[in-house]
Design a protein around this ligand. Structure first.
Ligand SMILES: [Zn+2]
Length: 405
């Protein structure tokens, strides 16, 4: 069983140990030592990285029999079992994990004591951590209150210590949750406030946890998941958000505090302008339909409006077609090619006796496209936009030959 130096000193980053074995784990070089300061992934806390000799430690695994396996980027050369290996733990990563882990103990106890909510699971990630509470909903007031209490307890700089207890002593420890293991139990205590059975690494006082900030609240069935940041992570998050808000304020040429109001006002203005533009475009399309009718080809039974709109999409062209339907004795054969896509729209007024759906279907079929519709309105596509005029010419020809009734 590997002696875990971090149990007694989480701040020790360098150590000497004897090589016990150098097995391979999943085709990767691994090292077993008689003792280690490297923390293996366990209890939700992520593994440490660092160096053993001149090799990078890329993963640390806890085995079932209590050993700690160090996975290396390449085998440790020239070291035999019994010889000494020097280890160095990456301190910024370890300290970051310590801040998150101690912060989590503090938060879990605050939710338990002040609100009666139990922590059902925790997860420490590379960039953020989460804790799941056994409660269907948590309102913003409770969340703000818990965050305030937590940060006040940080300022109070309460000592955090770790120690082992036997079965008899364990009975006197007011644990939040019963331990998952038996035998000698390691207790992490935050100054008579929280007692957790925990094998993790922790900071010396709550002050070192640094700022605690919730960043997200999610409801999941009968639980809520809280995402939180502690210490350096909370600071970096603040710095990043400050930078983003400053960027937004610069874009609006305003103070940071004015950004939300300006965004709101701008959105309202955009909405207003969009409505005005819509009305303007609709009026324009009515005028356009009127102009088209006045230049229509007048036949015996009806007048034909045939036009390719290279600058319009299907939506605007449809509005023109609908406007043209209002003119008695009118048949509109329109093609929209805006946006590099062809849409054919055929429409007629109620008094014209030609089936638009059939005419459109036959026209498109002739050129490999598809579409159809009602007797008075039809739409389709699937043909190269360059063919638009040819399609309309074909449709006019069909009408002249009275092939469609
Ligand atoms: Zn813990």
């Amino acid at each position: 069983m590997t002696e875990r130096l971090y149990y007694t000193d989480a701040y020790q980053t360098e150590f000497d140990a004897q090589l016990v074995a150098a097995p391979e784990i999943n085709h990767q070089a691994a090292v077993l030592l008689d003792r280690t300061s490297f923390y293996p992934t366990s209890g939700g806390q992520l593994f440490d990285t660092g160096y053993l000799g001149d090799r990078r430690v890329i993963d640390v695994i806890a085995t079932e029999n209590g050993d700690v396996l160090h996975v290396l980027d390449s085998p440790l050369a020239h070291v035999q079992p019994g010889q000494t290996v020097h280890g160095v733990v990456d301190w910024p990563r370890r300290y970051d994990h310590m801040q998150q882990h101690s912060g989590q103990h503090l938060l879990s106890q605050i939710f338990y004591r002040h609100f009666g909510y139990e922590t059902v699971s925790v997860h420490f990630g590379d960039t953020e951590s989460t804790l799941d509470l056994e409660i269907a909903a948590l309102d913003q007031t409770q969340l703000d209150a818990a965050e305030k209490i937590a940060n006040e307890m940080v300022y109070a700089s309460l000592p955090i210590k770790a120690y082992f207890v036997n079965d008899r002593e364990l009975a006197t420890v007011p644990l939040r949750k019963p331990p998952k293991v038996t035998g000698k139990i390691r207790i992490v205590e935050i100054d008579q406030f929280d007692y957790s059975a925990c094998g993790g690494t922790h900071v010396r006082t709550t002050a070192e946890v640094g700022t605690i900030k919730f960043t997200r609240l999610e409801r999941r069935r009968n639980q809520v998941r809280l995402t939180f940041l502690c210490g350096q992570r909370a600071y970096q998050d603040y710095a990043e958000k400050h930078r983003l808000l400053t960027e937004a304020a610069t874009l609006f040429s305003t103070e940071l505090s004015e950004v939300p109001r300006l965004v709101e006002r701008n959105l309202a203005q955009i909405k207003e302008l969009q409505a005005m533009l819509k009305t303007f475009v609709e009026e324009q399309l009515v005028r356009e339909a009127s102009a088209l009718v006045s230049s229509a080809h007048v036949g015996e039974k009806y007048q034909i409006v045939a036009k390719v709109f290279a600058d319009k999409d299907a939506g605007a062209t449809k509005t023109v077609a609908q406007n043209l339907q209002q003119y008695p004795g009118t048949l509109a054969l329109l093609a929209a090619t805006g946006g590099g896509k062809l849409t054919l729209l055929f429409a007629r007024s109620a008094d014209v006796d030609v089936h638009m759906g059939n005419l459109l279907r036959d026209t498109l079929r002739q050129f490999g496209g598809s579409g159809g519709g009602r007797p008075d309105f039809a739409q389709g596509g699937g043909v190269d936009p360059a063919m638009a005029q040819t399609l309309l010419d074909f449709a006019v020809q069909q009408l002249a030959m009275q092939k469609i009734q």
